[in-house]
Design a protein around this ligand. Sequence first.
Ligand code: ADP
Ligand code: ZN
Length: 739
Amino acid sequence: MFAKVIVDIAHAAVDRAFTYRIPEGLDVRPGHHVLLPFGQGDHVKEGFVLSVSEESDLDDGVTVKDVLACAEPYTVLLPEQIALAEWMQEAYHCLLVDALRLMIPALLRGSRIHEKRERIVYLADPAAGFVSKSHIQTEVVDLLKQTGQPMSVRDIKAFLPGAAPAIAALLKKRVLSESSYTVFRRPEYSSRTEAVPALTEEQAAALQRIEALSPGQTALLYGVTGSGKTEVYLRCIEACLDRGQGAIVLVPEIALTPQTVGRFAARFGDRIAVLHSRLSAGERFDEWRRIRLGKAPIVIGARSAVFAPVENLGLIVIDEEHETSYQSEITPRYHALDIARRRVRMSGGKLLLGSATPSLLSYYRALNGSYELIELQHRVGGRPLPTVMIADMRAEFLNGNNGIFSSLLLSKLETCLKQGHQAMLFLNRRGYSTFVSCRACGYVLTCDNCDISMTYHKAQNAVRCHYCGARKPVPFVCPHCGKPFIKYFGMGTEQVEEQIQKWFPGTRTVRMDADTVAHRDAYEQILSVFGRGEAQILIGTQMIAKGHDFPNVTLVGVVAADATLSFPDFRSSERTFQLLTQVSGRAGRDRDPGQVVMQTYAPDHPVLRFARVQDYPGFYQYEIAQRKKCLYPPFSLFIRLLLSGENEDALIERGKEYAKALEADLKDALGAEGQGDLLLLLAAPAPIARIAGQSRYQILVKLLRTRRLPQALRAVYDFETSHREDGFLKIEINPQDMF
Ligand code: ADP
Ligand code: ZN
């Protein structure tokens, strides 16, 4: 027998199948993780078996080496996963081995992680009498007699400290026998038990339509916040289990809290496995094995969980499908939604996308029929959507209020606190002040390594760069003109927290942003403090906008609703609308109705007008018309080639050269009738021209979406391949950020 094996080395030169002989007596199947001799020195390398056949395809006389061993007794890749990786290799132009590595725990490679086993001992002959001079040996035997069952060595030692030598001696005398079993290290979460609610009419209708989807089909579940989407997911999963199928549920990393997991655990208990970045290596390995060995047919996880080894996959759910975190920013730059579509087509399962603010692309696909559109228009229990009020900060200023809170927000906060309710204040900027500048000469304090202004952090009394982390002491005089007119502008979350103390002394607040959740458990701690009511106000960046369900929150304040509107990105309207809707949805989720105050300098902006009445379809119609007019996605596709390097002049030179060559390649690929597909090819320094000492230059390409798009993409990828050795070129198809 022969095996085609891909060696676990990420290099284009060896990224192909090599043929090995399977020695007699070794059970090697496709998907096995194997050890093999490789290269001239026959160094032992690891590899993955892609296929197995009776015949070798090598010419006679070519020496074939033997597979040495299987690293694990079970196959680590399902046939479906191998096929998926092969598809990714084509679609993302990546190394096959890079795609395969996404499907297994990183530490499995190199056997850097092992099963945890628990040793147990039992009486070899329970009926036999036992006499010994050793007091402790007698105690061990008595203990086992009393229990009448095998006991773990750990338990015995807990019961009888210092029993280890006695156990060893008893094993030697064969009074005791031993064996062991695998324990799975599991992440912690609380599964609050809750009664299974009867579905609302809308939910029941949604469930029925999802059940009726044909294999491989995708549905978009568009439901306002609090409409009970999660309950619909739970029922669909239940139906899957009844059919003997498995399911994967993706949620944004940030929403993957014990609270969310607890809801699934309450329904499905041990049949769920959890995958996210805060697991320890052991937990990750064991959760993966529980999935692979069929103990956990339901997986809940962040983006990469879309690769989980679930057999007989009946359903993939992507909650908050509009979230940007579903796009991977490292090679292979996959989007979880594309992988999920591919997977359900291969397995004959269904894909369910859920959101209160679908991405423009998904809603567009739903309206034109490629997705089934399913709606939940009402909140569960007839709870009203929160009332949204606009505070016009221009008018506040004219009335002499130059503070960060409007009088409206202040009075709503006062009432909320008085009633013993909780509030959330949202501002998408951390730190105290967002920039530091000299009033005399206009100098703005920027990072030495990056082309970006630095943020003032009062708690550390320092200014910091949010791109490279650089830190400087606060200047007292202007570094440029020497005058003492240094001022701080633009507020961040730190300042909001300080101002709350000024207005409402003694109020307990918690703040959640990248500064306060630096260590592993901080995020969950802050949420649980707030959840238990030990703080009255939660202040935070977009981290607080997603998915949380705090029944006592009746007021949400958006401190600067237009902060993200002015981003130089065609998606800024879409993202602002999504954020405003998501954060508003945190208010009034229980009995007490919710109120939202949005502070803005642009109350007439269409995004604000639609967000105020929470009219997603209205917003969609407005925004899709803008996109169509300017031929922005989904009507076109952006591609960015980012070059970076130390020498700015050489970089610009190279960038211009590349732009010319790429344009020629693209025009070639598009052919005579496709010349108009190339809407834009712009070579210029990136908006942030320097980060961490590296200059940045970009070539921005905009292509019309036509049937010729695959040819154009192929040309871009080929361009990348032929310039790969240069080492400073990065290609992003549909870049999520274009700074
Ligand atoms: P969404 O995910 O759409 O924001 P959730 O699924 O979190 O909404 O549901 C909002 C609240 O309503 C939750 O507290 C949930 O337990 C509750 N809920 C959902 N469906 C029902 C139902 N059919 N009957 C009663 N309560 C429900
Ligand atoms: Zn910097």
